[in-house]
Design a protein around this ligand. Sequence first.
Ligand SMILES: [Zn+2]
Length: 218
Amino acid sequence: MVGKICYICGKTLLRQDEVNEDHVPFKGLFLRDNPSGIIKLPTHRICHSEFSIDEEYFRDLLVITSAEWKPTADKILEEKVLPSLLHARKRKFTERLVREELKPLKEIPYFTNLPPALAEQKLGIKMSVERSDRVLLKIAKGLFFNETQQLIEKLFPSIKITQIFQFPIRNYDSSFPTIGDYGEFKYAKKELPEGIDYYFIFYDVQLFKLIFRKIGGG
Ligand SMILES: [Zn+2]
């Protein structure tokens, strides 16, 4: 592992004791502890740890909003998310989730499908865009680095991430195939002269599009 590049920061890994093995996408998304075929990349321990809270936040919100439709997400909610939210050290997170992320539906135009309990109260969950973008960008960086040994944001510094919460998934160009299928996470990649589009699908319910372009490439 020493001598390789950390795909998160782009610097060389110099010491074995600072190296961590990172899963792309992160392990917490999955019901199984060891999803088969998942990409593993070395990173600095510290680079990796900087994402753990955002990854958990992202997973928790995705699972909460997917559980109604997908048995796998429902199982993750029961086995992983709810027990950890009830844990004492997580109370602050739960309180914050309820206080800040639950908003009146009229303030969340893009969010169309909700668990009935929330829909009845006319509440929706509004995910922090900064947190979710950080997590999504890290996944794209890992997928791209695994293929090319390069940092995607260096080649395509203009980055736009859009979230399309819908079930069944619409607005998805199915004319190009899904190239990675890990069950809970699927992705497709479209290479264009001006850049790359990634489509990420979580739990077959949540679709995100990541648009990477050269500067000035639109
Ligand atoms: Zn690093």
